[in-house]
Design a binder for this molecule. Structure first.
Ligand code: PBG
Length: 329
C-alpha cells in the first residue's frame, strides 16, 4: 500500500543519483556565460589588491593582460573593463581621452586576443569626475542629464575606435542608448560595435566595494536621482523596453540576487539577450561569511550564480568568473 495519496507522483525518483539528476537538470552555467569585470589603473607599477574583494585587483596593463589570458584559457568569453584614471576633473574629460587608460587597455587586449575575446567597456563618468557622480553637475548639485549623455557618446566612440566590441553605458541617464547608438553610427561603427545597456540599475548599497576598486564614491549625496528605486519592478521593465527601442543589443539588470524577479520579468518582456551583474557587495558578502566559517563559500557562490542563470539571465557578470569557469571545467 502506498503512503502517497497520489501513488504515481514520486519526484524523488529523479533525484535518486547524480546520473538521474544530471539528466533532468534544467539550467546550465558554462564558462562561456561568464563576463569578468576587470579594473585597470593608470600610473601604478604593481597590481593592487582590493581589500573588500578577495581575489580582485586594480591591474596594471601587464597584470591585466595576464589575467585576461588566464580567464580566456579557463573558457571565459568576455571581460568588462573599468578604467581608473590618474587625474579627475569636474567634467570627467579623461573619459574620452584616446590615450587614456581604458582605450589603451582595450587596444592591448585586442592586440593580444584578436577577435577571440569579447571586450566590453564601461561607458560612464563616475570613475573620471572628481565629485564621483555619473555626469557633470548643475549649480544646484544635480547631474545634468543631457550633458552627461553627450559625454557618454564621445567616450563610447573613443572606446569603439580603440576596439571595444560592446560599449556598456551604466549611468542611467535618459536617452543614453539612443545618443550612443547615433554617435557610433555616425562614426562608422554601425556594423561592428554594439551596446550592452544597463537598462535596469538600482540605487544600491551593494556597490560599496566597487567604489573602492574604481575610486568613484560620490563625494556628496547619492545616486538616487538617476539610479532606480529598489522598490520598483514595473519601472525596471519599462526602462528595459525603452533601451530596446533605443537600440540596445544586450540588456543588463543590476544588482542580481535582490532583483531576480526583475531579471525574469525583463527576460520575459523583451526576449533580448540578458545579463545580470552579481555586484561587488554581493561578492564580498559571500567571502566575508565564508572567512568566518559561517557558510561554505564555494558552494554558496556556485549556487548563487546558477540561480541568476535560472532566473533568466543568459550572461552573468561576476568577480568569480575565473574561479567559476575553472570549477566547471
Ligand atoms: C558606475 C558603476 C558602478 C558599478 C558598475 N558601474 C557603481 C555605481 O553605480 O555606483 C558597480 C558594480 C559593482 O558594485 O560591482 N559606473
Amino acid at each position: 500500500m502506498s503512503l502517497n495519496a497520489f501513488p504515481s507522483r514520486r519526484p524523488r525518483r529523479l533525484r535518486l543519483n547524480e546520473a538521474r539528476r544530471r539528466l533532468v537538470r534544467e539550467t546550465a552555467l558554462t564558462p562561456g556565460d561568464l563576463i569578468a569585470p576587470l579594473f585597470v589603473k593608470e600610473g601604478i607599477d604593481d597590481a593592487q589588491p582590493v581589500a573588500s574583494m578577495p581575489g580582485v585587483m586594480q591591474h596594471t596593463l601587464d597584470s591585466l593582460l595576464a589575467e585576461a589570458k588566464d580567464l580566456r584559457s579557463a573558457g571565459v568569453s568576455a571581460v568588462m573593463l573599468f578604467g581608473v584614471p590618474a587625474s579627475k576633473d569636474a567634467e570627467g574629460t579623461e573619459a574620452w581621452n584616446a590615450r587614456g587608460i581604458l582605450p589603451t587597455a582595450v587596444r592591448a587586449l585586442r592586440e593580444a586576443h584578436g577577435d577571440d575575446l569579447v571586450v566590453l567597456t564601461d561607458t560612464c563618468l563616475d570613475e573620471y569626475t572628481d565629485h564621483g557622480h555619473c555626469g557633470p553637475l548643475r549649480p544646484d548639485g544635480t547631474v545634468d542629464n543631457d550633458a552627461a549623455v553627450t559625454s557618454y557618446a564621445r567616450a563610447a566612440v573613443m572606446q569603439a575606435e580603440a576596439g571595444a566590441d560592446l560599449v556598456a553605458p551604466s549611468g542611467m541617464m535618459d536617452g543614453q542608448v539612443a545618443a550612443i547608438r547615433a554617435a557610433l553610427d555616425d562614426a562608422g561603427h554601425a556594423e561592428r560595435v554594439g551596446i550592452m545597456a544597463y537598462c535596469t540599475k538600482y540605487a544600491s548599497a551593494f556597490y560599496g566595494p566597487f567604489r573602492d576598486a574604481a575610486e568613484c564614491a560620490p563625494q556628496f549625496g547619492d545616486r538616487s536621482g538617476y539610479q532606480m528605486d529598489p522598490a520598483n519592478a514595473d519601472e525596471g521593465v519599462r526602462e528595459a523596453l525603452t533601451d530596446v527601442a533605443e537600440g540596445a543589443d544586450v540588456l543588463l539588470v543590476k544588482p542580481a540576487v535582490p532583483y531576480l524577479d526583475v531579471v525574469r520579468r525583463v527576460k520575459d518582456a523583451t526576449a533580448m539577450p540578458l545579463a545580470a551583474y552579481h555586484v561587488s557587495g554581493e561578492y564580498a558578502m559571500v567571502h566575508a561569511a565564508a572567512e568566518r566559517g559561517w557558510i561554505d563559500g564555494d558552494r554558496v557562490m556556485a549556487e548563487t550564480l546558477i540561480g541568476i542563470r535560472r532566473a533568466g539571465a543568459d550572461l552573468v557578470l561576476t568577480y568569480a568568473a575565473g574561479w567559476m569557469a575553472r570549477r566547471l571545467a
